[in-house]
Design a protein around this ligand. Structure first.
Ligand code: IVH
Length: 669
């Protein structure tokens, strides 16, 4: 191999990695996007030509790989502990006293921001990242190695290092906002705050999803200990190529510590990421050991939490929104006010019960809170400032959209509109139908759906697919140019082919979201299979699916027992006698899977899944699960205490797999 090529390869890898770090952490790109793209392309070309060059730290290796069926478990040694919380100066003074008593009055404290994300443990062996796991319950977490490998700020290689690095995975505020903006455009559910977004993005069985989200890792713990102080640990972590917090301080006195805390609290809204306090750590690591651990918390460290970001404002009005399933959500319209750097003019009041319990009234001065959440909440009214003439809020008894009588949800707190033809619900259902979760029709955003509905052009999902053939003249209407109409028709045409799980999800059946739709699709296998279930009313079969219970089945049943819904479904996808407007693809059996077409018997008990889960996993991969061993059985998966069936399999010379071997086989193509 030509040395010059090798050298160029390393140059590119290092340049791309360091500029990614600079970009992700410091929001301070050192090279332009174009230069990054050009270098990345050059690297891809080099790797194509000389695959033997590829090293694990190459940014091209930050990809997901194939989806897993379940997360494996990882044991944490030593356990990943929590921190005790301090809420005021007295709590901190007590903590100082506790430390002084144990290790003397010269103790120094290392102060770090308390990052609001999720903690992750990374294990390196001989310089190579071999495992990444979530905290879980502290002793046992989930193996998210494939996922952490997609995070640009996590080095895949750290020269000569064997040990563990722990820290926090967060989503930067700007990345969170961009993600939610995109989700809002696509009609997907928004993440409540950056922490939820980070957790939801990391814990994905399909690491390609993690790769598509922007996550950032900050390191704060280095094991095994090689240094004397936490400050040295942090410096070493930085030298090893990890991102560490910039806002740290070594403090001795309470005054110094308070000044640091107050300063950070003031700058909190301006930081790139959410923090919810300051962690005080005894700096001397030997002294830390000496203080030890009390139940779940180390005695040498404490988290001094910031108060939640709150503000006062006035309720101008209380309005109600009708969701696609008819739930009525009350919203407080507020005099705009800044909370934690964000201007807030609306806040959720959750439901009727919440308003009544807190006695929140129109005209009230109220305290609102944004605990890193997108949707702020009204906490409570300031009753002493209330106008004497004010009246308790009367929750509407009629739907604000269709005027029909509202009802209390059975066994729940929601007030609902149960008129299936309620305009607001129809529009919300249409928005859901075309969203990313369903038909994913570009060019049919919320505004266009409202427009088409108001004009009477699209009143139900099937109407979308007859739009073009109706030869309507949409051009000239507000916002509709020739091109946008043509693009819309094009994306509607493209959406005529849809996978079964998306089709089911698009229908907007209460409680049947992405995951449940997928499971049902796997079960019925095809649109015809679904029709058969509807005709035979045999919905209880779905109970065999893990995660589906009676309540989901009841919603599913009542959706299809409503003749209007069934008519729309049949207009869309056809029935036994006539074709529909669209074509629903059968669930593909994973043809390339090693299990497809095989008959498998599960016997004994398993530690990672129940027998039912195992069967449904096998079926997802194209196998047939059977309960008895015969000459037709291809494989037997044997768990603990497997008995007769295992013996039978041995006698017949059938392939026998352990639980691990079975899982490994699922991942192999
Ligand atoms: S030290 C006991 N340092 O806070 C050791 N933790 O409530 C705990 N956290 O699970 C780890 N920022 O997820 C440490 N600078 C920081 C931290 C931090 C956030 C989280 C971490 C931990 C939780 C404990």
């Amino acid at each position: 191999m030509d040395q010059a090529i090798l050298q160029r390869y390393r140059e590119l890898v290092e340049k791309l990695n360091s500029s990614a770090r600079q970009y992700y952490i410091f929001d301070d790109p050192v090279i332009s996007d174009a230069e990054y793209d050009a270098s990345y392309q050059e690297l891809v070309e080099l790797e194509k030509q000389y695959p033997q060059l590829i090293t694990e730290d190459s940014p091209t290796q930050n990809v997901g790989g194939s989806a897993l069926a379940t997360f494996n478990k990882v044991q944490h040694v030593p356990p990943m502990l929590s921190l005790e919380n301090a809420f005021d100066e007295n709590d901190i003074a007590d903590f100082y006293e506790r430390v002084y008593k144990a290790v003397g009055p010269n103790a120094e404290f290392f102060l770090e921001p308390k990052l609001d994300g999720l903690s992750v443990a990374l294990i390196y062996k001989n310089g190579k990242l071999i495992s990444g796991s979530t905290r879980g319950d502290g002793s046992e977490g989930e193996d998210v190695t494939a996922n952490v490998l997609t995070i640009p700020t996590i080095p895949h290689l750290v020269k000569d290092f064997s040990g563990e690095v722990r820290g926090e995975v967060v989503m930067l505020k700007r990345d969170f906002q961009a993600l939610n903006q995109q989700r809002a455009n696509d009609g997907e559910k928004l993440f409540a705050n950056p922490r939820n977004a980070a957790a939801g993005s990391l814990r994905q069985l399909d690491a390609n999803i993690t790769a598509s989200r922007k996550l950032t890792f900050f390191a704060y713990t280095l094991l095994p200990e090689q240094f004397k102080t936490q400050q040295q640990n942090i410096e070493q972590l930085r030298a090893m190529g990890f991102c560490v917090s910039k806002d740290v301080a070594l403090c001795r006195t309470l005054q110094e510590a308070h000044a640091f805390y107050a300063n950070l609290e003031e700058r909190r809204a301006d930081l790139d990421f959410d923090i919810d306090g300051v962690v005080f750590k005894l700096n001397d690591l030997d002294a830390q050991k000496q203080m030890g651990v009390a139940s779940k918390y180390p005695r040498h460290s404490i988290a001094y939490k910031f108060p939640a970001e709150q503000a006062q404002t006035t309720v101008l009005a209380i309005t109600t929104q009708v969701g696609r399933t008819g739930n009525i959500t009350p919203v407080a319209e507020l005099t705009p006010v800044t909370v934690g750097g964000v201007v807030v003019s609306r806040a959720t009041l959750h439901n009727k019960d919440y308003i009544e319990k807190k006695d929140i009234r129109v005209g009230d001065r109220v305290v609102i809170q944004r605990a890193g959440d997108v949707i702020p909440q009204v906490l409570y009214p300031i009753v002493s400032e209330r106008n004497h003439e004010s009246q308790p809020y009367c929750f509407p008894t009629k739907c604000p959209s269709c005027g029909s009588q509202l009802v209390q949800e059975i066994g729940g707190v929601c007030i609902k509109c149960i008129n299936m033809n309620c305009r607001a619900q129809l529009v919300e259902r249409l928005k859901h139908f075309v969203s990313k979760q369903g038909f994913d029709i570009d060019g049919l955003g919320a505004r266009n759906i409202e427009f088409l509905f108001e004009k009477g052009l699209v009143l139900n999902p099937a109407d979308i697919f007859t739009l073009e053939s109706r030869n309507l003249d949409l051009t000239g209407e507000d916002g509709w140019g020739d091109l946008s109409v043509e693009n819309l028709y094009k994306s509607i045409r493209q959406a005529r082919q849809i996978k079964l799980d998306r089709f089911i999800c698009a229908l907007g059946i209460p409680q049947t979201g992405r995951a449940i739709s997928k499971a049902i699709a796997q079960f019925v296998k095809s649109y015809n299979g679904l029709l058969q279930m509807i005709r035979s009313k045999n919905y209880d079969e779905l109970l065999t699916i893990n995660g589906i219970g009676n309540s989901i089945i009841e919603d599913f049943r009542s959706f299809f027992e409503n003749p209007e819904n069934l008519t729309v479904v049949e207009r869309l996808a056809g029935n036994e006698t006539s074709p529909g407007l669209i074509s629903v693809q059968d669930v593909e059996l994973a043809e390339s899977s090693l299990l497809s077409g095989k008959t498998i018997v599960f016997t004994g008990t398993f530690s990672r899944f129940s027998r039912e889960e195992a069967k449904s996993l096998a079926e997802q991969f194209g196998a047939r699960a059977s309960s008895s061993v015969s000459a037709k059985t291809h494989m037997v998966v044997a768990g603990e205490n497997a008995g007769q069936k295992l013996q039978q399999a041995q006698k017949l010379g059938i392939q026998i797999l352990s639980e691990e071997e079975f899982l490994a086989m699922l991942e192999k193509k």
